[in-house]
Design a protein around this ligand. Structure first.
Ligand code: PHE
Length: 502
């Protein structure tokens, strides 16, 4: 019989009474493992070999694990230093024991967080005690590290879990395929197998010479395992942002655009945010050092905004009766929300007067001096939006969110009454995290109040919102920590594989 070259090679290298792993066949035939795998599957289909699969686990030490094999586990070193200092009899000040232990930097924390857990003693108000009965030589984690370093292996269980959690050992899974000749394979080999001249790839030479018409082409096996190729892909957040834009455009919205660094006037004053509001202090905002102030503001608008702040709007309007300073309003900062774009557009500053009905949105960055944690970043994307129409109610607002979030499979939005200086009524939005089940805040919204709209020259209703793109991404992808999405701690595996569906 005739077979393509790689299949002949694999068939000849395979054995009838012993299964040979693909790697060994690759070495024997001088072919890449994926070619051997492909050939093996082809041969299996013809009944010439049998391919079996098993999943192999290999446990290896990390760099940190290897260091501890050399130097000893930090908690053991702490225990030994504590014994030396007599902490088995009386408590000894921590500083003294740490000093003599030689532990440094992160090792100190590691030692402290494992010391009591593993029964080496206790730490109380800055003093350390050592349990005289503890036995470092029997430390299961230390012994497991030793044995791994010696090429041994480790049963699955608490010790392995602990080493993995501490980042001292890693378990890698791989699929091992083995190939064994079948009886039919042996028969064919004995009868003689020849190499068929098949062509795996069309080359320029084949095309120009016309030979492509006569050669036999090898068949593709689209099911054969191949090496994972990690190419580039659009970042989850970018993908999310594009989809949000698609959805909003589909709902009839137009896009707004504008400066990241803007005058406080547009960011706050136009929103009827009093100048002494806590969010306007340097604690929350990133001020610009150079330039410090915007050059130009529309004079009559400044006047109307100032009047709204000082005296209020309408018959019952009170205003804040607090100081209002134009210089303060001209100060530049990174926008703390993209509602600055909404004030620019609503005022007519960007594209002239806008007639109702109108809908606008942006998916742009906002900057806040927050504390970084699982749900907060210092810069994040806001999905800003507003609808201008003659008669709007809370039902319209809720209905819009329900329609929007349903496009991402989120059907359980909850609303909580809230306060913003510029909206009345106001609502915070919450969604349930798909894996933790936790309620997380995903946005803030409301109906713009008279004190804000009148100075801007808008005399119909405007409902508006700022939603967090990263939080939507967490709900849609199941990410549990916003820092997995971007920044230095981003989880590459997650970014490679996360699906953004809608
Ligand atoms: N600016 C608000 C925030 O950043 C969002 C918002 C916009 C709320 C418009 C109401 C109206 O939280």
């Amino acid at each position: 019989m005739q077979l393509p070259e790689s299949q002949v090679a694999v068939l000849e290298a395979a054995n009838a009474d012993e299964a040979t792993p693909v790697d060994a066949l690759a070495a024997a035939t001088d072919l890449p493992p994926e070619t051997v795998t492909g050939a093996a599957f082809e041969l299996e289909e013809q009944g010439l070999v049998a391919v079996t699969e098993r999943v192999d686990e290999t446990i290896s030490l990390t760099d940190e694990g290897r260091t501890y094999v050399e130097d000893g586990l930090p908690e053991v070193r702490l225990y030994e230093a504590a014994l030396e200092a007599g902490a088995d009899a009386d408590p000894v000040p921590m500083g003294q024991v740490i000093g003599s232990s030689g532990l440094e930097g992160a090792e100190v924390d590691i030692a402290l967080s494992n010391y009591a857990r593993k029964g080496y003693g206790s730490i109380d108000s800055g003093e350390i005690m050592a349990d005289p009965d503890a036995d470092p030589a029997a430390d299961p984690e230390a012994n497991a590290l030793e044995s791994l370093a010696d090429g041994g292996t480790l049963e699955a269980g608490d010790v392995l879990d602990q080493l993995e959690r501490r980042g001292l050992a890693e378990v890698a899974e791989s699929t091992i395929r083995e190939v064994e000749l079948t009886e039919q394979g042996v028969t064919e080999l004995m009868a003689g197998v020849e190499t068929a001249e098949t062509v795996g790839q069309v080359t320029p030479e084949l095309l120009t010479s016309g030979d492509w018409q006569d050669v036999e082409f090898a068949e593709y096996n689209v099911e054969a395992d191949a090496e994972t190729v990690e190419g580039g892909r659009v970042h989850v957040l970018r993908e999310m942002s594009e989809r949000v834009k698609d959805v909003l455009v589909g709902m009839g919205f137009e896009e707004m655009d504008g400066p990241h660094a803007d005058a406080d006037f547009w960011i706050n004053d136009c929103l009827f945010m009093p100048q002494d509001h806590p969010a306007r202090t340097h604690w929350d905002r990133f001020a610009l050092e150079q330039p410090t102030h915007i050059d130009e503001l529309p004079e009559d608008l400044v006047e109307r905004v100032e009047r709204a702040h000082r005296e209020g709007v309408g018959e019952d309007g009170e205003g804040y009766h607090s100081p209002w300073d134009e210089d303060f309003a001209r100060a530049l900062a990174l926008r703390g929300h993209t509602t600055s774009l909404s004030t620019r557009y609503l005022s007519g500053e960007e594209i002239g007067e806008i007639e109702p009905p109108a809908r606008y949105f942006s998916v742009e960055k906002a900057y806040r001096n927050d504390t970084l944690d699982a749900t907060h970043l210092l810069e994040f994307y806001q999905i800003e939006g507003w609808v201008m129409a003659e008669d709007l109610s809370v039902r319209d607002l809720m209905g819009t969110f329900e329609e929007f979030y349903a496009q991402f499979g989120i059907e359980d939005i909850q609303f909580k009454p809230h306060y913003n200086p510029y909206t009345e009524p106001s609502f915070e939005l919450f969604g349930t995290h798909p894996t933790t089940g936790e309620l997380i805040e995903i946005g803030n919204s409301g109906i713009f109040r008279e004190e804000m709209l009148e100075p801007l020259g808008v005399d119909c209703d405007v409902m508006a919102w700022g939603l967090a793109l990263e939080r939507l991404a967490m709900l849609a992808t199941g990410a549990e920590d916003i820092r997995d999405l971007h920044g230095t701690l981003a989880d590459l595996e997650f970014l490679r594989n996360a699906e953004v569906t809608y």
